[in-house]
Design a protein around this ligand. Structure first.
Ligand code: PLP
Length: 365
């Protein structure tokens, strides 16, 4: 979809990346590191200073205590952490339960581990979790619950009650949790609660996040996994043969970013909340059914009010018809028909770009 945006000159609300880079001081720290080092292989688990900054971040925002020496691993983005975790934890034939719509890397990662991804559907308009459906999806073959809150693409933020119920199921059925929390700082309603903070969960949870989202440097691909030493060690063992290490000069820069004052994180959140409201209002005025996200930087929107086409065809036609690129949510479903009349749009763009996109989308009606 990004290639389509580039070739047609359309506004790209498809792929989830900001159109402005992250903080200047973080970029300067990376530039200084390119000039002065480190530029050679960092240690396998990542530079200790970055691991320390990640541990400080987990303590500052979520009250999580992890030992930078043994309980933190730096990865090539959250994607590698997820893939390495599933490769480390799953045997062929195991099942990985995940919320659907499902971020596309999850199915691929499960397939690489010869595991089967079992979806539990979140259904619009509420996209609320059906805890009974989750209970039914967990079987004796389930090895991992791959959780994602705030959730891409629906913007669902799991509540404490939902997380309590999930935790109770995982403890009762002895399931490990891999939780993808890359949108941890982009929450507009409810609060972000890392599932590892619930009683009995720290010992069975690998928590994953990424500088790409929090610091707006998606191209640097610096992510991390935190959790109990034996699980982190297992992830590191598979990571060793995926990339071994990556992004040496970006690692000290990400440490600078994670140590920015609270104001940085609050401004990021408040700015995106404003942009969410802007795009929600614009989509609503253009005739879409807006499923207002509680978190992330994505909005899903029902298209029945604007077209008889399905989401795939509409997204294929959108660049030519009105100069906007969006993603059909069918791509996040095992059965594409389940997401056929919904599309996803990213709002991590400059305000004037969102204003122009809204004006163009109104012309659709
Ligand atoms: C839910 C989710 N997890 C992981 C990623 C990828 O993170 P990274 O670029 O750090 O690999 C994304 C990116 O869009 C995402 O939406």
């Amino acid at each position: 979809m990004s290639a389509l945006a580039a070739s047609t000159g359309a506004i790209n609300l498809g792929q989830g990346f900001p159109d402005t880079d992250g903080p200047r001081e973080v970029a300067e720290a990376a530039a200084a590191a390119v000039l002065n080092g480190p530029n050679q292989y960092p240690p396998g688990p990542g530079l200790l200073d970055l691991r320390t900054a990640i541990a400080e971040h987990q303590a500052r925002f979520w009250g999580i205590t992890v030992d930078p020496e043994t309980e933190v691993l730096v990865t090539a983005g959250a994607t590698e952490a997820i893939t390495a975790a599933l490769l480390a934890l799953c045997e062929p034939g195991d099942e990985v339960v995940a919320l659907e719509p499902t971020y596309d890397a999850y199915r691929a990662a499960a397939a690489m581990a010869h595991a089967r991804l079992v979806p539990v559907r979140l259904v619009p308009p509420s996209y609320a979790l059906d805890i009974d459906a989750l209970g039914a999806a967990i079987t004796s073959r389930t090895r991992v619950l791959l959780l994602n809150s705030p959730h891409n693409p629906t913007g669902t933020v799991l509540s404490r009650a939902e997380l309590d119920a999930i935790a109770a199921l995982c403890i009762e059925r002895d399931v490990l949790v891999v939780t993808d929390e890359v949108y941890e700082h982009m929450v507009y309603e409810r609060e972000h609660i890392p599932i590892s903070t619930l009683p009995g969960m720290a010992e069975r949870t690998i928590t994953i996040s990424s500088a790409g989202k929090t610091l707006s440097f998606t191209g640097w691909k610096i992510g991390w996994a935190t959790g109990p030493a034996e699980l982190v060690e297992a992830v590191r063992t598979t990571k060793q043969f995926l990339t071994y290490v990556s992004g040496a000069p970006f690692q000290p820069a990400v440490a600078v970013g994670l140590r920015l004052p609270d104001a940085y994180f609050e401004e990021l959140r408040a700015d995106l909340e404003h942009k969410r409201d802007l795009l929600c209002a614009g989509l609503d005025a253009a005739g879409f059914a807006v499923y207002r996200p509680k978190g992330t930087y994505f909005i899903t929107a029902g298209i029945r009010g604007v077209t008889d086409l399905n989401g795939d065809d509409l997204c294929r036609e959108l660049p030519a018809r009105c100069g906007v690129v969006a993603v059909p949510t069918s791509v996040f479903h095992e059965n594409p028909a389940d997401g056929a009349d919904v599309i996803r749009l990213a709002f991590c763009k400059r305000t004037e770009v969102l204003d122009e996109a809204v004006a163009r989308l109104k012309a659709l009606a």
